[in-house]
Write a protein that binds this ligand. Structure first.
Ligand SMILES: Cc1cc2nc3c(=O)[nH]c(=O)nc-3n(C[C@H](O)[C@H](O)[C@H](O)COP(=O)(O)OP(=O)(O)OC[C@H]3O[C@@H](n4cnc5c(N)ncnc54)[C@H](O)[C@@H]3O)c2cc1C
Length: 371
């Protein structure tokens, strides 16, 4: 039976970043992906925003890895000529009742070390964005956009440069703990396979709870169960309504419907947030819902045509009635699985945080090897 050093399960942006980072100082790193290409699930269905870090409680992994990931992502983009635009974001208070929320976000941003934030009144917002009518806004200049595929191509190139291996059409279906390694079974291009690995990283996104349960970990007791939560997007036709990202204050399970320019300047609306029980990327929401929500702060949307665009599905740990849940990035030594690292619930800001998550996992793996 073939024996390797490290297997990373799942080639989304996080698995790619992790495998590329580990390949820098480890031999025989393998990244397994069930689809024909990397980045076909959540990493290919998102808002493509480099978040600043204002939305997450102090000292959470989401806060720390977002702020660090933001800086790391921009420096990667500059160094390797990955296209990006640091457009800045306005988080807006539509009515008086939202103003407290804006102040809370500003405080959270301060606590998390987000730099250069500014509070703007309605007139100042209109000077920046003439189509936006609000009471107050928080401006975060470090928010930006990029093309997720380009970032993933970069991590893939780094993985190959360091002799790591991406193996596509390869699905892990079983894991068994051996004496000092793990035996992984599955199918690769229609054929069954078995392979041994000293270290396994579970970066399987929406299936990461299923992968954890292959070890017989009790995912409900440990709080590892994923509640898929979908978000749809619509695209606005005609002249762009805004130049920057414009979000209303977060409500419910997502960050609220927002306006996000893409790299061509065209504006997407969304995503909304609703829990689903199957992985299906069909847009299910109505144009009316989106138009009415956005018209509360960009009335001109009524003059524009909008059409269905795409959707994404968040691998949420937070169920419909739960409060904030952080990323789980955990070496399972205490559950008696040394050398097994679970990454579960890597929803937003996972794209932004990917290089910082990779650094974090690299430290976890390094500590294990030193032991
Ligand atoms: C609607 C939406 C908007 C978002 N917007 C943003 C944003 O603007 N900014 C931001 O920072 N973050 C955003 N996010 C979050 C971000 O997209 C994710 O955090 C990130 O893409 C997660 O990457 P991943 O590699 O963990 O997961 P994925 O991209 O889902 O990758 C997991 C991979 O594992 C593979 N896999 C699963 N099971 C197996 C198996 N058994 N064997 C082999 N392979 C397997 C899958 O095929 C998949 O390719 C958004 C998410 C959504 C849903």
């Amino acid at each position: 039976m073939e024996s390797v050093n490290i297997v990373v399960i799942g080639a989304g942006v996080v698995g790619l970043a992790v495998a590329a980072r580990l390949a820098e100082n480890n031999d025989s790193v393998y990244l397994f992906e069930k689809n024909q290409r990397y980045g076909q699930e959540t990493s290919g269905h998102n808002s493509a925003v480099v978040h600043s870090g204002i939305h997450y409680p102090k000292d959470s992994l989401k806060a720390k890895l977002c702020v660090r990931g933001n800086a790391m992502t921009y420096s990667l983009c500059e160094k390797y000529h990955i296209p990006f635009k640091k457009l800045g974001k306005l988080t807006v208070a539509i009515g008086e009742e939202d103003i407290d929320e804006i102040d809370k976000l500003m405080k959270m941003g301060h606590d998390n070390g987000v730099s250069d934030m500014k509070l703007l009144d309605g007139r100042q917002v209109k000077e920046l964005e003439p189509n936006v009518e609000v009471k107050k806004a928080l401006f975060t200049p470090t928010t930006g956009i990029l093309e997720p595929d380009e970032l993933m191509n970069h991590f893939h190139a780094q993985l190959r440069k360091h002799n790591g291996n991406l193996v596509t059409v390869t699905e892990v279906t079983g894991i068994r703990k051996g004496k000092d390694n793990y035996e992984l079974t599955g199918t690769s291009v229609g054929e069954k396979f078995t392979i041994q690995a000293k270290t396994v990283i579970n970066s399987a996104g929406l299936s990461s709870d299923r992968i954890a349960s292959m070890l017989n970990l009790d995912i409900d007791r440990l709080g590892y169960r994923i509640y898929p939560c979908k978000g749809d997007y619509f695209r606005v036709a005609g002249r762009p309504l805004v130049k920057r990202l414009v979000y209303s204050v977060p409500k419910g399970a997502g960050l609220s419907i927002h306006l996000t320019p893409d790299m061509t300047g065209s504006i997407r609306l969304g995503p909304n947030a609703y829990y689903v029980d199957k992985i299906d990327y069909t847009v299910e929401s109505s144009e009316k819902e989106f138009r009415e929500d956005v018209a509360k702060f960009v009335p001109k949307i009524r003059e524009h045509q909008i059409r269905e665009d795409s959707s994404g599905i968040r691998p949420k740990l937070q169920g419909p009635n739960d409060s904030f849940r952080d990323f789980i990035i955990k070496h399972e030594t205490e559950n008696n699985f040394p050398g097994f690292i679970n990454l579960i619930g890597i929803e937003s800001p996972g794209l932004t945080a990917a290089p910082a998550i990779a650094e974090y996992v690299n430290d976890l793996v390094g500590n294990e090897i030193k032991k």
